[in-house]
Design a protein. Structure first.
Length: 100
């Protein structure tokens, strides 16, 4: 899917993944292919501002440093109880999605 870097936010990518692929945006982490940058969904209030305040602002793809052609790794964060995995807290399942 193509997103215009100067007009689309990182949340637009999360919303698209949620709608098209059925992965809950709150349980997805996006990262660049080399893992240098990671993104999580940030809730927005009715005014379009983030509700978290400070640090985790909703940013445009361009402001996040993503170029015109960027591939992002999609990881679904799965909660695992300590009894099931011998103490590990989170396990990530990865699949690749491409964004421009």
């Amino acid at each position: 899917r193509r997103f215009v870097a100067g007009e689309s936010s990182v949340n637009d990518v999360f919303n698209w993944i949620d709608a098209v692929h059925g992965l809950e945006r709150e349980k997805v982490e996006l990262s660049t292919m080399n893992g240098a940058k990671k993104f999580v969904y940030v809730e927005e209030n009715e005014d379009g501002d983030d509700t978290e305040g400070g640090g985790n602002d909703v940013v445009l793809l361009e402001d996040a440093g993503l170029g015109k052609m960027t591939a992002l790794r999609v990881a679904e964060i799965v909660e695992v109880s300590p009894e099931e995995e011998g103490g590990s807290e989170d396990v990530e399942e990865e699949s690749e999605e491409e964004e421009e």
